[in-house]
Design a binder for this molecule. Structure first.
Ligand code: ATP
Ligand code: MG
Length: 641
């Protein structure tokens, strides 16, 4: 390919491009700001006068809903915008941009009629139905602050979020559904409101007709009825100063009490528009499919706002990857000609328990890449899905706080050399992120290859990242910016290593580092090694206090074939670790379990495993998906409760 070769020779190396994004920060982001519509253009690109706070595109006024919906509806009214598929109820529906705009305007009119205005909070506790996206976009349209809480969270988790967000209005539905099992939301919501000190003035209920529910007179409103009243309403977009608050969203709660991340309007819109092009390579008219949920940051950035801002159709899916069968995701890719897909390693590990031939059953010729994020992507899982699908698998590392990828490989920046993927690493720092690797104890910057340290970001965080912790600037400053000694940098609380070519490897969370007889090991290193054993489907490793060595590693493994669990297999897995990482990394035991404790977003809850193994109280378990997972561990360790 001589042409491509020539292009490569003249293209800027990515490292130079990244360096320019920092050195010429304001010029760089001023160019990117042109990707969105502004009512009033920004007066200042970045205000860094009050570190660690940063304000992007100061004085500019814009609107997320205008950029996601109206501007496309004006030019391409009939093009698909929102594709909704529920394998739970057997429904599929496609909304064009104009149709989406009409739904959002009617919804916005309902909110206004309830007295909801700019700066008011609206809590959204909903299943994956189109009305959830309408609700988010309607809030964005009128400048109300949405706070989406993952549907089906228990009432105590919901209550604490209602108290923190103090919403004027709550939007909910009768029920969600998971593999045919209906989960009634209304009793959970009613109980949460009873528990909460803050009482919302109104509850807007979408009745899907799945589960009967009781209405509280004077408080509960019916969506279908209000929609009839407000059909055809015109509600103009509110032009909001760039630093107005668009939403708050809680982190997954993997390490402790969830933090209420607060996001702006203009910086977020620009960051998403840029990432849709440069990182995801998505083009207007194409279809983006993220398997996440609107309750998580991936759902905010890459189900609702990002694809729509880019003029793409977004596929919103209510269902699991294995129902009615493990080919359902690929059936959707074929049917809707999905070009870019986004999922999580945990979903791929679920598929891995099924026949790989299912990956080949459908026509995947439209699909260009599968992006995975949320947890470390182990090499065996990455290989399995890459071989099965025959498209590039692109790991990307980020957080609720950052709003968009911090480490990945950015394949689509014109004039800039693509960074090849490297198994085991999400990639290199993205433009705009001044990423540093720091010694946890001294705060010193680690520049030599293969040193282990805390992954941090220097001030200012790029557009799209959190502004602060909702209602708690002190927590923002003290939690994120004061944890590395002697430096005011943003800590990701993840532990990493950078190789000689600049690829960063995530070794685990700083809480999960194990110190065995003075050797510091990331849980990820040991997990990666054990998961490479052919018998193992999934594994979690934690450090457990040990009188002699300080800490020892303890492993919990799910086998591909649970029938194979035996002392001989445990010995074999231990030998496997010895041979690859050395005896220092060898876990004291490998315990075989049928399920690992995970958060509702599919992340391993190592802190809970560790606490149980050390006989401590596991703390806040409100985000735990399946309580049975911990009961099993307690039983295995011979503990009562
Ligand atoms: P909390 O902050 O409440 O403890 P959380 O950190 O799990 O919860 P999220 O913001 O959903 O909440 O997750 C971000 C974290 O997920 C990252 O800090 C990192 O630990 C992990 N993560 C995300 N993507 C990747 C990836 N590609 N590789 C490795 N780890 C990842
Ligand atoms: Mg976190």
């Amino acid at each position: 390919m001589p042409a491509a070769h020539t292009a490569c020779m003249t293209a800027t190396p990515y490292a130079d491009f990244h360096a320019r994004s920092l050195a010429e920060r304001d010029a760089f982001w001023a160019e990117q700001a042109r990707r969105i519509d502004w009512h009033v253009p920004p007066q200042q690109i970045c205000d860094t006068s009050r570190p660690p706070f940063a304000r992007w595109f100061v004085g500019g006024t814009t609107n997320l809903c205008h950029n996601a919906v109206d501007r496309h509806a004006a030019r391409r009214p009939g093009d698909p915008a929102l594709i909704w598929v529920s394998t739970e109820t057997g429904q599929e529906k496609v909304y064009g941009f104009a149709e989406l705009q009409a739904e959002v305007e009617a919804f916005a009119a309902m909110l206004l009629a309830q007295g909801v205005g700019e700066g008011d909070r609206v809590l959204i506790y909903m299943p994956m139905i189109p009305e959830a996206a309408f609700a988010m976009l309607a809030c964005a349209r009128i400048g109300a602050i949405h706070s989406v809480v993952f549907g089906g969270f228990a009432s105590s988790s919901l209550a604490s979020r209602i108290e923190d967000a103090t919403p004027k209005l709550v939007i909910s539905a009768d029920a969600g559904s998971r593999v045919g099992k209906r989960i009634a939301y209304k009793p959970l919501l009613d109980e949460a409101i009873t528990l909460s000190a803050h009482k919302p003035a109104a509850v807007l209920m979408v009745d899907r007709g799945l589960v009967a529910f009781e209405r509280v007179a004077g408080r509960d409103l019916d969506y279908a009825e209000l929609r009839r009243q407000h059909a055809g309403a015109r509600v103009p977009c509110a032009w909001l100063e760039s630093n107005s608050i668009s939403y708050t969203l809680y982190t997954s709660g993997t390490t402790g009490k969830p933090k209420g991340v607060q996001r702006d309007v203009g910086g977020y819109a620009v960051a998403l528009a840029t990432s849709m092009d440069w990182i995801f390579g998505g083009k207007p008219g194409e279809t983006f499919f993220s398997t996440s949920d609107i309750g998580w940051v991936v759902g905010h950035s890459y189900i609702v706002y990002g694809p729509l801002i880019a003029g793409m159709a977004t596929l919103m899916y209510e269902g699991t990857p294995v129902n009615p069968d493990a080919a359902v995701l690929w059936r959707l890719v074929e049917q809707y000609r999905v070009t870019v897909m986004f999922s999580a390693p945990t979903a791929v590990r679920v598929l891995k328990k099924h026949d790989a031939a299912l990956l080949k059953r459908h026509d995947l010729s439209s699909l260009r890449a599968l992006f995975l994020a949320g947890e470390p992507l182990d090499e065996p899982t990455a290989r399995w899905i890459a071989e099965g699908l025959g498209v590039p698998i692109i790991d990307n590392y980020w957080q609720t706080e950052t709003g968009w990828p911090l480490l990945t490989v950015a394949h689509h920046i014109s004039g800039v050399q693509a960074v090849p993927t490297r198994l085991g690493s999400p990639g290199v720092p993205m433009y705009g992120y001044d990423v540093r690797l720091l010694d946890e104890q001294t705060g010193e910057e680690l520049t030599a290859p293969n040193q282990k340290g805390v992954l941090a970001i220097a001030h200012p965080l790029p557009p799209g990242a959190l502004q602060t912790v909702w209602g708690d600037d002190a927590r923002f400053v003290n939690t994120y910016w004061k944890s590395v000694p002697g430096r005011e940098v943003y800590s990701t609380f993840d532990w990493g290593l950078r190789d000689a070519d600049g690829y960063t490897f995530i070794l685990g969370r700083t809480d999960d580092v194990i110190n065995v007889a003075g050797h510091r090991l990331g849980t990820r290193e040991i997990e990666e090694c054990i998961s490479a054993h052919a018998a193992v489907a999934e594994v979690a490793v934690v450090g457990v206090a040990d009188a002699l060595k300080g800490q020892v590693a303890l492993a919990f493994a799910v086998l591909r074939d649970p029938g194979l669990a035996s002392p001989a297999l445990e010995a074999e897995v231990l030998k496997h670790v010895d041979a690859r990482l050395g005896a220092v990394a060898r876990p004291s035991r490998v315990l075989f379990v049928s399920v690992l404790p995970k958060t509702r977003s599919g992340k391993l809850l190592r802190r809970a495993l560790q606490a149980v193994a050390e006989g401590r109280d596991p703390g806040d378990l409100t985000t735990l998906d399946d309580p049975g997972a911990l009961a099993q561990v307690r039983a295995l360790l011979g503990m009562s409760n």
